[in-house]
Design a binder for this molecule. Structure first.
Ligand SMILES: Cc1cc2nc3c(=O)[nH]c(=O)nc-3n(C[C@H](O)[C@H](O)[C@H](O)COP(=O)(O)OP(=O)(O)OC[C@H]3O[C@@H](n4cnc5c(N)ncnc54)[C@H](O)[C@@H]3O)c2cc1C
Length: 371
């Protein structure tokens, strides 16, 4: 393992890890490493005795448990880690802090034949002054990217414009951003946030699409049980002249079982069912995944429906699975990369990991192996 951390920093990190281990579960008050970091002694409060959990010999259970605990641990300690250290993994997934960084990253992707969608990082603001400032930043981004000749569009999160404070204000800000993009004959995608936002975000999309039919799109998440129905319901604003441009992704938020599928196979199955419905309805699907089986399944559907190359695209996140991205490009499909940037990268990255602790292993690899 190539570790770039100094001995002292490594020790500090290790100390933080051990100190925070206690906060992971409620029924345990002490964890001690026994040799290998992830083999832990558990002391239960009730019995006040030391057990090794899970049972030794139950290899499958043990390994799953280790991964789960490890991921949870990393996601818990990440917000306490030095910003510099967190940047070691974030820089692969975030274009930088400034508009110039975003434009530069987008242009580099363009040179590889990749389209982009630029996103200013941030969400869930506290007051409407922030919403106004965020809108102005988007307007600046659009001007800068258009001036620089970036081949790409824009993505935004409605809560960044105050959706949860005043829906109408958020609508007005988003409308203004779409209007700006439309003045360059360009396009804005409304990202989908957690399920309390779904109806409001679909509503805003409907209203804006009516006014700017070719300049706005929406994200849907196939893990939501309602999504197949939502695609059908939105069919009323789909037309041959201005097909609805949906980005379909799995969904990144932690949702209750009542509203979302949880199982990997089930989620993938619904991903492909939703794509198929979009193709049948002659909508424009943006297939946003890094999951090879989903990419392969989508390719089969594109063939089945004899979909022209200009009637769909694949999308991926900045820095994620570049080899798979290249293979999709090489096969002649259109590819767009989501380019997030902004001062709020730290909060964004740590929140994402908290929401999806499975990302922790990726982070550790970036911090300790790549440096
Ligand atoms: C362009 C784009 C826009 C998105 N917009 C939204 C949105 O508006 N709302 C929303 O809820 N979600 C959004 N997402 C996130 C999405 O919902 C998934 O959480 C994410 O894409 C992972 O799902 P997956 O299909 O890649 O499959 P997974 O099964 O989760 O991942 C497959 C493999 O991809 C790799 N991988 C996936 N994600 C990452 C990552 N972040 N870092 C490192 N490796 C990774 C891993 O190797 C993993 O094994 C977006 C995703 C993309 C690509």
């Amino acid at each position: 393992m190539y570790c770039k951390l100094s001995g002292l920093n490594s020790l500090k990190c290790f100390g933080t890890i051990i100190a925070l281990l206690n906060s992971i579960t409620k029924d345990c008050h002490v964890y001690k490493p026994i040799g290998y970091l992830l083999t832990l002694k558990r002391v239960t409060k009730e019995q006040n005795k030391i057990t090794v959990y899970p049972a030794v010999g139950d290899k499958k259970h043990l390994s799953k448990w280790r991964i789960k605990m490890f991921n949870k641990l990393i996601s818990n300690i990440l917000p306490y880690m030095p910003k510099k250290l967190v940047w070691q993994f974030s820089k692969e997934y975030v274009a930088g802090e400034t508009i110039e960084d975003a434009v530069k990253a987008a242009k580099t992707l363009n040179e590889q034949g990749i389209l982009t969608t630029i996103d200013v990082l941030g969400e869930f603001i506290k007051n409407l002054d922030e919403a106004e400032a965020n809108k102005n930043e988007y307007l600046e981004v659009i001007e800068a990217a258009e001036e620089a000749g970036v081949n790409g569009n824009y993505s935004l999160k409605p809560t960044f414009f105050g959706l949860l404070i005043d829906k109408e204000v958020a609508y007005q800000h988003i409308r203004e951003i779409v209007e700006k993009a439309a003045s360059y004959n360009n396009f804005v995608r409304i990202d989908m946030e957690d399920s309390p936002c779904t109806d409001m975000e679909i509503d805003i999309f409907r209203r804006i699409k009516e006014e700017f039919p070719d300049n706005v799109g929406l994200v849907l998440q196939c893990y939501l049980k309602r999504t197949h129905q939502d695609i059908g319901n939105l069919g009323d604003i789909n037309s041959a002249e201005s097909p609805i441009n949906f980005r379909l992704c799995k969904g990144i938020y932690v949702e209750p079982e009542a509203v979302a599928y949880k199982n990997y196979e089930e989620i993938n199955e619904h991903f492909l069912e939703d794509i198929e419905l979009m193709l049948k309805e002659k909508m424009y699907p943006a297939i946003a995944t890094h999951d090879k089986p989903v990419v392969d399944g989508a390719c089969k559907l594109l063939e089945k429906y004899d979909t022209p190359k200009e009637s769909y695209e694949f999308q991926m996140l900045y820095g994620v699975t570049p080899a798979l991205r290249k293979s999709i490009l090489d096969a002649g499909h259109r590819m767009r990369v989501y380019v997030p940037f902004g001062k709020q990268w730290f909060g964004y990255c740590t929140r994402r990991v908290k929401e999806n602790p499975a990302m922790a292993s990726v982070i550790l690899k970036a911090i300790f192996v790549k440096g």
